[in-house]
Design a binder for this molecule. Structure first.
Ligand SMILES: [Zn+2]
Length: 332
């Protein structure tokens, strides 16, 4: 386990929950927050909340407030809390250091141009072919350009195994191409801001949904470019929803505002914990009740399909019953 020494004692590595504020809170948000929080609390570690609000087009003031309110209602409290947009100065300083090292260039390519290259990156985006690499920006000019800024990424194979056993090794330059650091609209890019903030907050463990696993190697490449430490990563299963024939990550099926009219917080917490194997079905609990018995070995490793209707409430699909049948240790 990673940790830092403080006064001769090993301090357990700090965790963080970093949801984006581009939509309403749904059961998937609560599951991610709960697992992240339990991972930290069960080790006696701090866990910080960082609300990722850099996407100016999609973030709404109401989403930020709803996130804070619903997480608190659910029973999750944090040792520190911040809005990512309040860390603008540190993002800018990190970008400036890369510019000074001659590693940043301005990109003129449209999305359509990049798509024409036709190579998919592991996260489903299109790999950037490096067309504009020669257009290196200078310390005197990068602030005023309205073009996206990209990092010249050195090619390097990096071995990477997450704690759940996922092999995420790879060469980020070959898989993704040069990542965007600052977007056309002036917002700092998600991966760049995340790694800068994790390091500045002393985050030693990143616990998040498996949908984010494919881009982890890109975050590690950014950490290396910025001479930042790499935290331990763990990726967990997701709540899915059915849209016709297709199963996708839970988004729109039901929001927490609706669920709050149907469930007390303890009932909803017990229900979600039961869906992933942490409690017998039908029990209610607060997140704090789950700390003592928490063990990743008891958390379902498969994704769970959720269904919602007003009459029957929130249910998990029968396909994952097999995985949830293990006897839970330590109920609340
Ligand atoms: Zn370009």
């Amino acid at each position: 386990m990673s940790g830092a020494t403080l006064g001769g004692r090993i301090r357990p590595a700090r965790g963080r929950f970093a949801p984006s504020t581009t939509g309403g809170v749904h059961p998937g948000t609560l599951l991610a927050g709960l697992l992240c929080w339990l991972d930290a609390r069960s080790r006696g570690a701090e866990v910080w909340l960082r609300l990722e609000d850099l996407d100016r087009e999609r973030t709404r003031e109401g989403y930020v407030e709803a996130m804070r309110r619903d997480l608190a209602w659910f029973g999750l409290e944090w040792d520190a809390e911040s809005l990512q947009s309040s860390h603008h100065d540190r993002h800018e300083a990190a970008l400036e250091a890369l510019v000074a090292a001659g590693r940043v260039y301005a990109c003129d390519c449209s999305r359509a141009t990049i798509r024409q290259e036709g190579v998919r990156a592991p996260d489903g985006s299109f790999r950037y072919p490096g067309t504009c690499r020669a257009q290196v920006v200078q310390p005197s000019s990068w602030r005023t350009t309205d073009r996206p800024l990209r990092l010249r990424l050195e090619s390097a194979f990096v071995p990477l195994l997450d704690e759940s056993g996922l092999d995420l090794s790879g060469d980020a330059a070959a898989l993704f191409g040069d990542p965007i650091l600052r977007r056309r609209d002036g917002a700092f890019a998600y991966h760049f801001a995340s790694v800068v903030d994790d390091a500045a907050s002393g985050v030693g463990r990143v616990v998040r949904g498996r949908d984010l696993a494919p881009s982890t190697i890109l975050q590690v490449a950014l950490q290396r470019a910025l001479s930042l430490p790499t935290p331990a990563y763990r990726h967990h299963g997701l709540f899915l929803e059915r849209d016709g024939e297709k199963l996708s990550k839970l988004h729109g099926a039901v929001d927490v505002a609706t669920l709050r009219r149907h469930y007390a917080a303890e009932a909803l917490c017990g229900l979600l914990a039961g869906f992933v194997g942490l409690l017998p079905a039908g029990e209610a609990c607060r997140p704090a009740d789950l700390v003592a018995g928490f063990d990743w070995a008891r958390v379902s490793s498969v994704d769970v399909e959720l269904h919602w209707d007003e009459g029957q409430g929130l249910r998990a699909a029968a396909t994952s019953d097999r995985d949830r049948s293990r006897p839970p240790a330590g109920a609340c």
